[in-house]
Design a protein around this ligand. Structure first.
Ligand code: PLP
Length: 404
């Protein structure tokens, strides 16, 4: 290509929809105005203002993760990069990992651990169902593991690992460190890192924390940090080396140029969580998701995951035979400006219940759009009944009404 030949592409304004789509999928989620504003600001990444911001962000994170450990590190990258930070610092050649694998994202942990030469055993349950403490106990009776990895919410199917407390307790009894993927749960449901004695917890900005994609967090326990500090081998990953990253996150010194606006957005999002308080936020999510689930069922559709291990933050809806989920989604987008998520292999569509998604106006719009789209695709649904059930479900809690 000659240098003077300009590419024939449109201006961004001509690509983006006139009105932003309402993001009701499994993330990214809509962000508040304050978070959007923070995302538009650039400051010096190692100046004194940034120093105050990262110290504050670590303290806000301690609140959201519910931990007294201050070894909380932001990662310039997706949640997958935060997963890798946990993996490369706690695993590697000669280290043994037990990975609880019941779907796309929990499976990813095993792949990552294997790639850096760890000895990985993957524990698989039956179908989508979550793994149990008993299966972890059985695995330990056959082999010793240094690390156990649990995905709290398996987003691909909408499944919650309900036995997380028992699994963590079992792993600790065997002396293992516990890594938890809380990407779809932190900020949405009751989660307490210290009470569960977890050693590394990862979260991404774009889910229940209500921030932007591309920046994520890892919180390490004191035990995990002690292991990291005393490790003498040189890690293969330079960006993800927690000791190097701590230069920035602990001492405000240069590691790499920090994702300034991402850090500011995350600060603002966590600050909003603190203002709302975790208790109120968890209650808002609970009521919102329960109301949404009831509305979907009232419409005549079926939920994919049994209630006993259903993840409240990502609701999976079974597609009736011969219904094309992509057509349902495309109709919702083109007619109503509402976007929900497709699937990773299952015959489902998925609706997120994280952060700003759990607001009454978003729920009503989504429920109506969903019903009309299924109707358009030839599925008999009762949209009016769904709207009435939604209204009744939401009446139990007023926090969802607030528009921030
Ligand atoms: C549970 C879980 N873990 C990890 C990830 C990976 O996140 P990212 O796409 O930001 O790398 C996701 C993404 O949806 C997820 O849902």
């Amino acid at each position: 290509m000659k240098n003077d030949r300009k590419p024939d592409v449109k201006a961004l304004n001509n690509i983006l929809p006139r009105e932003p789509l309402l993001l009701m999928g499994a993330g990214p989620v809509p962000i508040s105005t304050a978070v959007a504003r923070a995302n538009s600001v650039i400051i010096n990444h190692v100046g004194s203002t940034m120093g105050e911001v990262i110290d504050g962000l670590r303290r806000l994170s301690q609140y959201v993760f519910q931990t007294t450990s201050d070894k909380i590190i932001g990662v310039s990258g997706p949640s997958s990069a935060a997963m890798e930070m946990a993996i490369v610092n706690l695993l590697g050649p000669g280290r043994k990992a037990l990975v609880l694998d019941n779907g796309t994202f929990s499976h990813r942990w095993g792949e990552m651990a294997q790639r850096i030469g760890s000895d990985v055993v993957s524990l698989q349950g039956s179908g989508i169902s979550p793994l149990t403490a008993l299966s972890v106990k059985k695995a330990f009776s056959q082999k010793k593991f240094d690390v156990v990895i649990v995905t709290h919410g398996e987003t691909s199917s909408g499944v919650l690992t309900t036995e997380l407390p028992q699994i963590a307790k079992t792993a600790k009894q065997y002396g293992a460190l516990v890594i938890v993927d809380a990407v779809t749960t932190l900020g949405a449901l009751d989660f307490n890192m210290d009470a569960l004695k977890l050693d590394a917890v990862i979260a991404g900005g774009q889910k229940a924390l209500g921030s932007i994609p591309g920046i994520s967090l890892v919180a390490f326990s004191n035990d995990a940090w002690e292991f990291i500090e005393h490790r003498t081998d040189t890690l293969n990953h330079w960006c993800l080396d927690a000791k190097l990253a701590w230069q920035f996150w602990g001492f405000h010194k240069y590691h790499y140029t920090a994702p300034v606006s991402g850090i500011l957005s995350l600060y603002e999002a966590l600050y909003e969580i603190k203002q709302e308080t975790l208790k109120t936020r968890w209650a808002r999510h609970k009521v919102s998701s329960a109301a949404m689930q009831s509305a979907i069922e009232a419409m005549g559709l079926q939920l994919f995951v049994p209630a006993s291990y259903r993840l409240p933050s990502v609701i999976s809806i079974s597609l009736p035979d011969d219904t094309d989920g992509d057509k349902v989604r495309a109709y919702m987008t083109s007619v109503f400006g509402v976007e929900i998520a497709g699937a990773f292999g299952h015959k489902i569509v998925r609706i997120g219940q994280m952060g700003e998604q759990c607001r009454a106006h978003n729920l009503f719009k989504t429920t109506y759009a969903l019903g009309m789209a299924f109707d358009h695709c030839g599925v008999k649904v009762d949209v009016a009944k769904a709207m009435a059930v939604l209204e009744k479900g939401l009446a139990a809690n007023q926090a969802h009404v607030v528009v921030s």
